[in-house]
Design a protein around this ligand. Structure first.
Ligand code: CIR
Length: 260
C-alpha cells in the first residue's frame, strides 16, 4: 500500500438499533427493514475487516435512531480527532455516546463547542486539504470553529457548498485515492474539485457517489452498474454492498464508519 489517503488500520462502526426505522429522512421512501439493514451492515463490516483492518463495533443505541451513521459525530484526522456538533437536534446526543471510543483511539481530541453546527458527512479529507460543505446541517460558524482547531495543526480547510436539497457534501462525492474524486456532475459543476482528477457517477446513478476507499477496496452501494463498471475500468477493486434500507433514511457507505 503506497497511498496513505486510503490506508486505514481501524474503523469504528455502530450496530443499527431497532429505532432506526424512525431515522431522519428528507422524503418518505418507505420504512427501512431492520433485519435487512442488519444483514447489509454485517456485510459492510466484513468487507472492512477483509482488508486487514480492525473494526470496533459499538453497541446499538435505541435512544438515537440515526446513531448507526457514526461518521457524523466525529472527524478523524491523521493525528487527532474532533468531536462534531450535529445540526440535527435529535443527533446532538450521539457525540457523547461516541466520545469514549474516540478518546481511546486518539491522544489528541478536540470538540466543537458551538454555537455553530457541523456534521462529519459534510467533510471530505484529501491529502492536500479538508473540504467542508456548508449544508442544512453544517453552518459557517461550525466551519469556522473547526478551522480554528485544525489550522494551527497544519490542515488547510476550504469551505465549499453542499448542493441544495443534498443532505451532506459527501452524499455527492468521495475520495478514491490521493488525486481522484468520484462526484456527481451537479457537485463537480460547482468547481470545487479543480486540480483533482474527477470521475462522474453515471447519469441517473447519483446515489452511487457516496463510496469509501478503504485499503484495497472501494465499497459502493449495490445497484449502480454503470458507475461500478466505470470504477472497475479505472482499476479500482469494487465491492458492492446492499444499501437499500439505509438509503431510505439518506444513509450511505461513508456514514457507516469512522476510519483512521
Ligand atoms: C440523517 O438524516 O442524519 C440520517 N438519517 C442520515 C445520515 C447520513 N450520514 C451521512 O451521510 N454522513
Amino acid at each position: 500500500m503506497t497511498d496513505p489517503s486510503y490506508e486505514f488500520f481501524t474503523a469504528i462502526t455502530r450496530k443499527p438499533s431497532k429505532s432506526v426505522i424512525s431515522g431522519l429522512r428528507a422524503e418518505d421512501r418507505g420504512k427501512p427493514d431492520f433485519s435487512k439493514m442488519c444483514i447489509d451492515h454485517a456485510s459492510y463490516v466484513a468487507a472492512l475487516r477483509e482488508t486487514g483492518a480492525k473494526v470496533l463495533e459499538l453497541p446499538a443505541l435505541q435512544a438515537f435512531p440515526d446513531s448507526v451513521f457514526v461518521e457524523d459525530a466525529a472527524l478523524c484526522l491523521k493525528d487527532c480527532a474532533v468531536l462534531m456538533r450535529p445540526g440535527a437536534p435529535s443527533r446532538l446526543g450521539e457525540v457523547a455516546e461516541i466520545a469514549a471510543s474516540i478518546r481511546e483511539n486518539f491522544d489528541s481530541v478536540f470538540e466543537i463547542k458551538g454555537p455553530g453546527f457541523i456534521e462529519g458527512g459534510d467533510i471530505l479529507t484529501t491529502p492536500r486539504e479538508v473540504l467542508v460543505g456548508k449544508s442544512a446541517r453544517t453552518n459557517a460558524s461550525g466551519v469556522a470553529e473547526l478551522r480554528e482547531i485544525i489550522a494551527p495543526l497544519g490542515y488547510a480547510l476550504r469551505e465549499v457548498q453542499t448542493p441544495p436539497e443534498v443532505l451532506h457534501f459527501k452524499t455527492d462525492c468521495s475520495l478514491l485515492d490521493a488525486e481522484t474524486i468520484l462526484s456527481t456532475r451537479r457537485l463537480d459543476a460547482s468547481g470545487c474539485f479543480e486540480g483533482y482528477r474527477v470521475l462522474h457517477t453515471a447519469e441517473g446513478e447519483e446515489a452511487a457517489a457516496n463510496t469509501i476507499r478503504f485499503n484495497q477496496l472501494v465499497l459502493m452501494p449495490a445497484g449502480f452498474p454503470k458507475t461500478a463498471a466505470l470504477l472497475r475500468s479505472n482499476g479500482y477493486e469494487v465491492r458492492e454492498i446492499g444499501n437499500a434500507e439505509c438509503a431510505k433514511i439518506d444513509g450511505g457507505m461513508s456514514c457507516l464508519s469512522l476510519r483512521f
